[in-house]
Design a protein around this ligand. Structure first.
Ligand code: ADP
Ligand code: ADP
Length: 218
């Protein structure tokens, strides 16, 4: 059966950072809905242009569009054995759509590591985040600096600061998370899949706790 890991947590909690490390370790495909939207935007597709209006305001892209995009990605052959989902689902409707589509793909959500970080830490993390243009690798100017400023350690491409990482938009993204995404904490807790991870620890320690959670779920 195909195995899917869902990373849950507020914007800036460290989902992308941990997903990169874990995907490599388990040879899992990293599916980030935010990266998919940004790729569409870079290629100026209709989907990208539509998503941009919501992303620039720090709002969620409507469920139907988001679900269709993720479904198309998970249906590709490289996800046959499962995937590491980062940033999806973000609403109860997305969570039930995911459960339904995974039945079709002969799989299920295996474990949901929930990375907990208080709001005041998130703002500091996002305001110092630098993202790689080619593959979405993330760094932090203070907490995880690249070897050479402005250049991605992993693929040599340019690092940039996302428009929606400015303080004003971040505040709205955190509010949107609290209103629309945080109900998923209870949803996954009730079906026994949630594992709480302290996301305020250094990156390597968070990784260790994540790996324990994933191993225990096997
Ligand atoms: P973060 O780094 O905060 O986790 P993402 O890169 O995951 O941010 O998402 C950036 C933006 O893309 C979101 O603010 C939202 O506009 C859009 N987005 C990403 N995933 C989803 C989703 N599952 N549902 C709706 N909108 C999404
Ligand atoms: P998310 O995908 O949840 O939005 P990211 O993985 O992009 O979060 O991390 C947000 C920022 O915080 C990045 O600049 C990243 O380098 C940094 N970061 C991630 N995990 C930690 C951590 N445990 N301690 C300090 N900074 C971190």
């Amino acid at each position: 059966m195909a195995k899917y890991i869902v990373l849950l947590g507020p914007p800036g909690a460290g989902k992308g950072t941990q997903a990169q490390i874990i995907a490599e370790k388990y040879q899992l495909v990293h599916v980030s809905s935010g990266d998919l939207f940004r790729e569409n935007l870079k290629n100026q597709t209709e989907l990208g242009k539509h998503a941009q209006t919501f992303m620039s305001r720090g709002e969620l892209v409507p469920d139907d569009v988001t679900i269709a995009m993720v479904r198309e990605r998970l249906a590709r052959p490289d996800c046959r054995n499962g995937a590491l989902l980062d940033g999806f689902p973000r609403t109860p409707a997305q969570a039930s759509a995911l459960a339904e589509m995974l039945k079709e793909f002969n799989g299920a959500v295996n474990v949901v590591p929930y990375i907990c970080v208080p709001a005041e830490v998130l703002i500091e993390r996002l305001s110092g985040r630098w993202t790689c243009r080619s593959n979405g690798h993330v760094f932090h100017e203070k907490f995880n600096p690249p070897a050479v400023a402005g250049i991605c350690d992993l693929d040599g491409s340019e690092l940039y600061q996302r428009d929606d990482d400015k303080a004003e938009t971040v505040k709205n993204r955190i509010k949107v998370y609290q209103e629309q995404t945080s109900p998923l904490i209870d949803y996954y807790r009730k079906n026994g899949l949630l594992v709480e991870i302290d996301g305020t620890k250094p990156i390597e320690e968070v990784t260790k706790d994540m790996l324990t959670a994933i191993e225990d779920a096997k």
